[in-house]
Ligand binder design. Structure first.
Ligand code: DC
Length: 231
């Protein structure tokens, strides 16, 4: 069966990774969460004191970029793919609000983007991949057979994030999350290098009022149409 490339872009907390994982499972494709890669670089910068509340030494980060080694490995127990930063599993750390609030400035740096885009290219070279992020359909795989652009209203997204973090025991408030969602929307869409924009040939899905099952079925049908060459 023909293998295709599926690019899923969109605003933060629109559930891109949930649907991307479901698609990859169903189609037996590789799933790559590119946001995790930007988060891991932000964590590296925080750990090395290059980035903090008051200061961001971009030159230093660019200089030590070659020291960052990222890989994804499947957790044998959970079956989930997890990210490793220089050999260490950082899947949990990169999902905290602490990292979320520092990741957008890191993602504006062209040298960081070039490094990560090059890695992403290698991962998708053989197709059979579902990749989610902000620039997958526009920059990483502009030739992807299926491009989805996901949106949802900011309150709905913040509520989903809030419920998720609450369940993990985080004490964050809804307003703090909403503010972070709005700030990231602004930075993601307004940065100079590879801003978040809908590719001309992407299919937009606003999932503010669509449940996960319906959304999966819509995208799955679009993927099947492309795999069998109906489109
Ligand atoms: O999808 P996420 O929320 O985990 O992404 C974290 C941040 O990384 C997000 O604020 C924007 C950035 N990002 C990016 O610039 N390009 C990508 N392909 C993926 C994420």
């Amino acid at each position: 069966m023909k293998k295709i490339t599926i690019a899923i872009d969109g605003f933060s907390s629109t559930g891109k990774s949930t649907v991307a994982k479901q698609l990859a499972d169903y189609l037996d494709y590789i799933y790559v969460d590119t946001g995790a890669m930007y988060r891991a670089v932000a964590l590296f910068a925080l750990d090395n004191k290059i980035l903090s509340e008051n200061d961001f030494n971009k030159e230093e980060l660019i200089k030590i970029l070659p020291e960052i080694y990222l890989e994804f490995k499947k957790n044998k127990d959970s079956g989930k793919v997890e990210i490793f930063l220089n050999g260490q599993n950082v899947e949990k750390e990169i999902r905290t609000m602490y990292v979320s609030s520092f990741v957008s400035p890191v993602a504006t740096i062209p040298e960081v983007r070039r490094k990560l885009v090059s890695l992403q290219h290698k991962m998708g070279i053989e197709k059979g991949i579902v990749m989610d992020g902000r620039d997958i359909g526009t920059v990483v795989f502009p030739e992807a057979e299926l491009k989805i652009f996901m949106t949802a209203n900011a309150d709905v997204r913040a509520k989903r994030r809030y419920d998720e973090l609450k369940e993990k025991g985080d004490t964050i408030t809804f307003d703090e999350i909403l503010k972070n969602v709005q700030e990231r929307d602004f930075m993601d869409t307004n940065r100079k290098d590879s801003p978040l924009i809908k590719a001309v040939d992407a299919i937009e899905i606003d999932n503010s009022e669509i449940n996960q099952e319906d959304q999966l079925n819509i995208i799955l049908q679009l993927a099947k149409d492309r795999i069998v060459g109906r489109v």
